[in-house]
Design a protein around this ligand. Structure first.
Ligand code: ZN
Length: 415
């Protein structure tokens, strides 16, 4: 009888730990376990970086930025300035993947070619031990952790809408060439509409209700039917050069579904054309039509003035908004007001940010109502996708201590 009783105690404790209830404020975040999906937004004060751990343990890096120059517009380096962002990100990833004795990044996606997403490359940027490329942001993380498949919007010609010749793109291409030759890294262009470019690699059969859907890139956007896409940018020869799509507009976007849980990431796509520019500069609207409602989403373009239009906000209507931020211009007051609007969608919502600048808090008084203003953000989805939590982890040191916990939230699916 006693043995049966202790068996149930052990089982209950294991179930409790697996469900995420084991996590407590002030303690180190618990390790990933099979069945759980995690989306980490890593705070460095120097750019965007996301780590995704899918239910079977398949891993994915989405961007690893490193700004060249920092000014008073930016928040301090996190945890501090003694290491480059690429080093801090790698160390963070190793901790998040500590369940795996030989951690690798099965996939990496570069949403677009800006230094806050890929890293900079100047004369002062250190070079890799091979000397083949410079180490900054993504190239530094990829130098230290093997990447299985690297995807971006430009491979193999890097010519849309004009040849991409910036120093950081050149450096990234040298990194890609070297990693393909020496480490068998695969390179692919991110193809909108597909749901088979990112798949579970370790135990796909067990999680048949997981899907990674490519939504858009370079103005080509999924229609919501099969793998069908539509071209939302006109042919370049029909529009004046001054109206050609800019880099942010070409960002990749995707939706991840796990059971009833859905998550959206749109890189730096805009949804509000600059004054006098054509309406097709709104990339958010056709994307929102394809994506539909989600449980959680990261703000497009860090919540800058040209994003989160009313249609986008009311269509996605997430319970949790994540802001990847380190700049005094993000997020802006009108974006914040739309996120809060009960006219755009009803019900509660929590907004969490990686590192809000003090100046942004002064200018946009409403930002004081952010659920969290600083820290790594870990979205933890329970096995099956029916429930999820948000854990905020201290970004001022490497203790990995939890500072706040939100949820559990119940996934609603496509209601
Ligand atoms: Zn950006």
């Amino acid at each position: 009888m006693r043995r049966v009783f202790s068996f149930w105690i052990v089982t209950l404790v294991a179930a409790w730990a697996l469900s995420g209830f084991a996590d407590e404020v002030g303690k180190e975040i618990s390790s990933w376990v099979p069945g759980m999906m995690e989306i980490h937004q890593i705070s460095t004060g120097r750019g965007n970086a996301g780590l995704y751990i899918f239910p079977d343990g398949t891993t994915m890096l989405v961007d690893a930025g490193e700004l060249g120059k920092k000014t008073e517009r930016h928040t301090p380096d996190r945890p501090d300035g003694t290491r480059r962002a690429g080093e801090w990100i790698t160390r963070y990833i190793r901790h998040a993947l500590r369940h795996d004795p030989k951690p690798v990044l099965d996939y990496a996606l570069l949403t677009h070619f800006h230094d806050d997403h890929m890293g900079e490359a100047s004369e002062n940027t250190p070079t890799s031990s091979s000397g083949a490329y410079r180490l900054s942001g993504l190239t530094e993380v990829g130098d230290k952790l093997r990447i299985g498949k690297m995807m971006d919007r430009g491979w193999p010609d890097y010519s849309y809408p004009t040849p991409l010749t910036a120093a950081e793109v050149k450096n990234y291409r040298e990194f890609a060439k070297w990693q393909m030759e020496k480490n068998a890294m695969k390179m692919e262009r991110f193809t909108p509409g597909r749901n088979d470019q990112v798949v579970l690699l370790r135990d796909a059969k067990k999680y048949s209700d997981f899907e990674f859907r490519n939504i858009g890139a370079n103005g080509e956007i999924w229609t919501g039917t099969g793998a069908e896409t539509q071209k939302c940018f006109p042919s370049l020869d029909t529009v004046p050069r001054a109206d050609w799509p800019h880099e942010n507009m070409c960002s990749t976007s995707f939706r991840i579904s796990y059971g009833k849980f859905d998550y959206f990431n749109g890189g730096d796509i805009p949804g509000i054309p600059s004054d006098g520019y054509p309406q097709w500069h709104d990339v958010e609207t056709p994307i929102a039509k394809a994506v539909g409602p989600v449980e959680a989403a990261i703000l497009d373009h860090h919540g800058y003035i040209d994003t989160q239009n009313a249609f986008f906000v009311s269509t996605l209507r997430p319970r949790v908004w994540v802001i990847s931020v380190w700049d005094s211009a993000h997020p802006t007051t009108r974006v914040w007001n739309r996120l809060q609007s009960q006219r755009l969608y009803k019900g509660p919502r929590d907004v969490v940010a990686t590192d809000v600048h003090d100046a942004a808090l002064i200018v946009s008084g409403g930002l004081s109502r952010l659920a969290s203003k600083h820290g790594h953000i870990v979205l933890r989805v329970a096995a099956g996708g029916g429930e999820y939590r948000v854990l905020i982890v201290d970004d001022t040191n490497e203790s990995h201590h939890i500072t706040k916990i939100f949820g559990p939230y119940t996934s609603k699916g496509k209601e």
